[in-house]
Design a protein around this ligand. Structure first.
Ligand code: FES
Length: 127
């Protein structure tokens, strides 16, 4: 995809986020913010056999944070909890497909940070 196509895809996900909302029967729930702007995201996930089978997110933020959370929720269904926890900033940047300034990187990883926080908590509770 060209850079313009990536940009367009980010706008599309921002305007029509995938998996936006709440999951009532979620095993994983977590909320956190981007300390630099105060925007918050909540993540909900249903887990079966250590695998993410459903996921939704809620919250408000800039186009990068919303698009990135939307793309993330599309990507993680079917992944194991370990695989999600091992995702890093580079994976999010690759998903978005554009270069980001350090401030924008914080926006981009917000959804992942929240989901990983929820998984860590879920695993600690089950231990
Ligand atoms: Fe708040 Fe991007 S400006 S998450």
């Amino acid at each position: 995809m060209s850079r313009d196509m990536y940009r367009q895809r980010i706008l599309d996900h921002y305007r029509n986020p995938q998996n936006y909302g709440e999951l009532e029967d979620a095993d994983v729930y977590y909320m956190d913010d981007n300390p630099s702007c105060g925007d918050e995201i909540e993540m909900y996930a249903v887990v079966e056999d250590e695998e993410v089978v459903d996921v939704k997110f809620d919250g408000k933020g800039c186009a990068i944070s919303m698009a990135s959370a939307s793309l993330l929720t599309d990507k993680v269904v079917g992944m194991s909890l370990d695989e999600v926890r091992e995702m890093e900033t580079e994976d999010v940047q690759e998903m978005l497909g554009i270069d980001l300034s350090p401030a924008r990187v914080k926006c981009a990883v917000l959804g992942l940070k929240v989901l990983e926080g929820g998984i860590v908590e879920y695993e600690a509770e089950g231990a």
